[in-house]
Design a protein around this ligand. Structure first.
Ligand code: ADP
Length: 459
């Protein structure tokens, strides 16, 4: 049990966690950088502590400052949110060593799932289908790597065991590219993640990204809360998500969900987690597990009616899950648009002061945001400023509600990708459901071509 939660994050997720804490009668401690002094999460917390200057390395990633703030404010639990230290096993270990609860799985599980090779091995042992390719690292023997790639058949993907955030992976089209791809990716991985270990897997050329949400308590109970489709991506970053995944047979999701639940039992998982899969030609292939709350969790909340963050905190407190698998029923359809402060055509971040911020409303509409008019958006962090979520009795209604919500949204003072979302929603393939992970990039290329004077790509 705990009574005070320090929220080691900022922005909309810090507010989201605060709301769940308040619902449970827990005291909240906000931490903030100098750039976030006037943020909503600071204003609304019971206690707020400045932990350093704007750069994340000196504030939201400053483990000593966070641990010290927890000590000073009497926080007996730390919620890491997503990003920052949420999947940092060393931090989770320190929190627990200080006698506090880390709201997430234990450090060993975070470490194991954070290593994509170890995660793949654990999934294979639990019978979860994986992307074809060995669950062993590439050795320094170049001939061996060539033999592996040839056996899989080109194109293959070279991926960093410690990769994340869409970085540390490279598509290799033929044998001539393999040596260079291995050298460059290993170097990138060493610099970005401190771990140059790589592995090879088959590159799937027309998959969808479908993921399964799980929730486990500390008493051996585990359930899944259905699926999400996050195929609309730009540079491996999700742009628009929905639940459930349109057109994927429900019995296949049910079976996959049970496999994920079984894997959770085998690895002794606790808390919220997401199993990410590529789905191609009717087959699922595991790519990685995220051991934290995800940006797109609201679409699952809308279709299940379950407050996932509240449930996550409750299982961290030691409560048993109040639901069995048969209690989880998906109702209707939900879509989320990530609204970013960025130029809609170049995608370059657009920090600055928001002069107007009119939000949509009405049945089935939810907005998760920490922004209001007058707030300055710092350049130091992720550009996401709001999540618009639309729920409907079916996908058509959810789509229509999202279009209306986007048309009602007025944001001035900075540039946003709002109109990019409106464009996406007019696309036939998006409307019919089930585009692949490459669809959005292809759509962008086509739009660029049609915008440029001679019908050729500009720039
Ligand atoms: P990260 O941890 O950086 O998010 P993931 O392993 O989850 O990396 O992959 C991110 C995205 O990269 C996927 O959603 C998918 O778009 C693409 N991807 C990853 N592995 C493959 C693969 N084997 N074939 C095709 N695309 C892939």
């Amino acid at each position: 049990m705990f009574e005070t939660v320090l929220i080691a994050n900022r922005g909309e997720i810090a507010l989201r966690i605060q709301r769940a804490c308040r619902l449970l009668g827990l005291r909240t401690v906000a931490v903030y950088s100098e750039a976030d002094r006037d943020s909503a999460h600071v204003r609304m917390a019971d206690v707020a502590v400045c932990i350093g200057p704007a750069p994340a390395a000196q504030s939201y990633l400053n483990q000593a400052a966070l641990l010290f703030s927890a000590e000073e404010t009497g926080a007996d639990a730390i919620h890491p949110g997503y990003g920052f230290l949420s999947e940092n096993a060393g931090f989770a270990e320190k929190v627990e060593a200080d006698g506090r609860v880390f709201i997430g799985p234990n450090a060993d599980t975070i470490r194991r799932m954070g290593d994509k090779i170890a995660a793949k091995q654990a999934m294979q042992a639990a019978g979860v289908p994986c992307v074809p390719g060995p669950s062993e690292p590439i050795t320094s023997d170049a001939q061996e790597a060539h033999a592996l790639a040839a056996a899989l058949g080109y194109p293959v993907m070279v991926k960093a065991a410690g990769g994340g955030g869409g970085r540390g992976m490279r598509v290799v089209k033929d044998a001539g590219e393999l040596d260079a791809a291995i050298a460059i990716t290993a170097e990138e991985a060493r610099n970005a993640f401190g771990n140059p270990t790589l592995y090879i897997e088959k590159f799937l050329d027309h998959p969808r990204h479908v993921e399964i949400q799980v929730l486990c308590d500390q008493h051996g109970n585990a359930i899944h809360l259905g699926d999400r489709d996050c195929s609309l991506q730009r540079r491996h970053q999700k742009v628009l998500e929905e639940a459930p995944a349109p057109g994927v047979p429900r019995d296949a999701i049910g079976k996959l969900g049970l496999r994920c639940v079984e894997a959770c039992r085998q690895i002794g998982y606790r808390g919220l987690g997401t199993f990410e899969f590529l789905y191609q030609d009717g087959t699922f292939a595991f790519i990685e597990m995220n051991t934290r709350v995800q940006v797109e969790h609201p679409v699952t909340e809308m279709v299940t009616g379950i407050d996932l963050v509240r449930a996550q905190i409750m299982v961290a407190m030691g409560h048993a899950l109040p639901w069995r698998q048969s209690d989880i029923v998906l109702r209707g359809h939900a879509i989320e648009c990530r609204i970013n402060a960025e130029d809609p055509s170049t995608f370059i971040p657009s920090p600055g002061t928001v002069t107007r911020f009119d939000l949509p409303g009405g049945p089935g509409i939810r907005v998760d945001s920490h922004i209001r008019a007058g707030v300055a958006i710092p350049s130091s962090y992720d550009a996401m400023i709001a999540k618009l979520i639309a729920h409907g009795t079916d996908r058509d209604e959810a789509l229509r509600r999202m279009e209306i919500a986007l048309s009602e949204t007025v944001i001035e003072g900075i540039k946003t990708n709002k109109d990019f979302h409106r464009m996406i929603l007019t696309d036939d393939h998006v409307r019919s459901g089930g585009p692949t992970i490459h669809h959005l990039e292809n759509l962008l290329k086509r739009t660029e071509m049609s915008l440029s004077p001679k019908g050729t790509p500009n720039g």
